[in-house]
Design a binder for this molecule. Structure first.
Ligand code: GLC
Length: 546
């Protein structure tokens, strides 16, 4: 490790446009139908040409893949499915040469049930140091056959599973806020804390620019694990919880401070972006106090319905809460956990419903794609950094007709086959107009999830050749953002009447017309989401030179 360096005056992560690579669905290099590091490496120039500043790679660690790699069996290696440590170094080196930053997921709330720590805990006795790395408890009820408390899992059902002790008798219970294959770590354990400090250093030493902290708001649990007070029908909705013993517990901030001190010991503006799902922007901002996380995902924006008032409220609340702690906002429209926004925006209700209804409501793809273009302009004009999700630059939609037999998301099982889960936004990317996997895999291999035949026209190859394609729109929008918007430009709201969202950012005015009437836009249209008209049709947006 090299010595600490003072952070730059304006570190890269304050304004970067990052591209999320969901590794197993991005590009397959070795022809097994699953995306991997050689596949990603070969496509890095595509990402440079798209105009992003860096990439976020989803978990690449050895894993039984029961939750797409968010169940880690070894924190300091690469899954053979994805390649080797040498491949990871090659991706980092080439990304750096192309001017792309690289951050990777860091999953510390839980391990895989196949991690050696958990196996050792199962083999050891109740009360042992091995069990103390996790949350093992005796059950309740006369014979211990009831879970230790009332906590529920994010994937449905109770957050506890009972084990069989090494002697064969029914035993203790362990906590898992996600799938049973993802036992929660006990962050009060000094051994856990020390091991993760070493793991962090391992990846920073290798040259990562940052880490995306998975499920960060769940790390600490209230001592004694008291009941939350859940009712039978309650869903896992931390945005509605206040003072819960399982989420957003004060102790989490000590863990984050420890990690921040480690990151600050490295040169080159290493950063954290936290997946922090809590009750409102004020609670969220507490995670970005100057000695904690650099940034967090701002999922309120993603979840907001396309309504000018709702959007303005969300944007303002975010900017003012984050300003209090000096943190930049982040903006995102889709990720590997949410229905793709082309599909959401083509529906009558454009927000994110909970629970996701099935069968899902109809979606008008053409309308969704038009609104997606409009919202891209809104998002790219906002101050702060942006996360794009792979395939949105091609206008891909949610694949909602995957047969039951191919579904892999653990939510499907945990919910007793009532929630189909997130595979529909994880279908492998189409790179070519023809072939059995539309260029995702070399050779005649089928991809790990089937792609819709219509994606041929949405492949990189097809969109590259088609003027006015979504891909062309993304490339030009990213180019114009870089050329026209300065990071320090303030945001000033402009009132253009009901149903219209408008704000000035330095030389650029962004107008998004959600009213049903055509809106007069004065100024030179830099980039509009339909034609370059000065009149904005409903559900379109434009950047105007002031
Ligand atoms: C995060 C990830 C999600 C994963 C979960 C459990 O929410 O984004 O994909 O299933 O954590 O690790």
């Amino acid at each position: 490790m090299t010595g600490a360096a003072a952070p730059s005056e304006r570190p890269w992560w304050r304004d970067a446009v990052m591209y999320q690579v969901y590794l197993r669905s991005f590009a397959d290099g070795n022809g097994d139908g699953v995306g991997d590091l050689p596949g990603l490496r070969a496509r890095l120039p595509y990402l440079r040409d798209l105009g992003v500043d860096g990439i976020w790679i989803t978990p690449w660690y050895p894993s039984p893949m029961k939750d797409g790699g968010y169940d880690v069996a070894d924190y300091c290696d690469i899954a053979p499915l994805f390649g080797t440590l040498a491949d990871a170094k090659a991706v980092l080196g080439e990304a750096r040469e192309l001017g792309l930053r690289v951050i990777v997921d860091f999953v510390a709330n839980h391990t895989s049930d196949e991690h050696p720590w958990f196996r050792a805990a199962l083999a050891a006795a109740p009360g042992s140091p091995e069990r103390d790395r996790y949350h093992f408890r005796d059950g309740t009820g006369p014979d211990g056959s009831e879970p230790p408390n009332d906590w529920i899992s994010a994937f449905g059902g109770r957050a506890w599973s009972r084990i069989t002790e090494p002697g064969g008798e029914p035993g203790q219970w362990y906590l898992h806020l996600f799938a049973p294959a993802q036992p929660d770590l006990n962050w009060d354990s000094a051994a856990v804390r020390a091991d993760f400090a070493t793991i962090l250093r391992f990846w920073f030493d290798l040259g990562l620019d940052g880490l995306r902290l998975d499920a960060a708001s769940g790390l600490a649990k209230e001592g004694g694990l008291p009941d939350h007070g859940f009712l039978a029908e309650d869903l896992f909705q931390p945005v509605n919880w206040v003072g819960s013993p399982l989420w957003d517990v004060e102790g989490v901030h000590d863990i984050l401070r420890e990690w921040r001190a480690i990151a600050d010991g490295y040169p080159g503006d290493r950063m954290f972006v936290g997946e922090v799902v809590v009750n409102g922007p004020e609670r969220l901002a507490r995670y970005m106090r100057p000695d904690e996380l650099h940034t967090t995902f701002n999922l309120d924006f993603l979840k907001s319905p396309l309504d000018a008032d709702d959007l303005r409220r969300t944007i303002s609340a975010t900017l003012s809460a984050f300003d209090q702690v000096g943190a930049p906002a982040t903006w995102t429209l889709s990720n590997h956990d949410e229905t793709r926004h082309v599909t959401r925006y083509g529906r009558e209700y454009t927000g994110v419903p909970l629970p996701p209804p099935w069968p899902s409501p109809p979606s008008d793809r053409e309308l969704g794609a038009r609104r997606a273009r409009a919202m891209l302009l809104v998002m790219l004009a906002l101050p702060g950094s942006v996360y794009l999700y792979q395939g949105e630059e091609l206008g891909l939609w949610e694949v909602e007709d995957l047969p039951d037999s191919v579904i892999q998301d653990p939510v499907w099982e945990s919910s007793g086959h009532t929630i189909r889960g997130r595979d529909g936004c994880r279908v492998p990317l189409p790179w070519a107009a023809t072939g059995p996997s539309l260029g995702f895999s070399p050779g005649a291999v089928e991809p790990w999830l089937p792609q819709p035949a219509e994606w041929s026209a949405h492949s990189v190859e097809s969109e590259d050749a088609r003027p006015g394609s979504m891909l062309e729109f993304y490339r030009s929008a990213l180019r114009v953002r870089r050329a026209s918007l300065a990071p320090g430009d303030p945001l000033d709201w402009v009132d253009l009447g009901g149903g219209v969202l408008a704000f000035d950012r330095g030389p650029v005015r962004c107008v998004f017309n959600r009213s049903t009437d055509v809106v007069q836009a004065d100024g030179t249209v830099l980039l509009a989401s339909d034609a370059s008209e000065e009149l904005l049709a409903p559900d379109t947006a434009a950047w105007l030179l002031r």
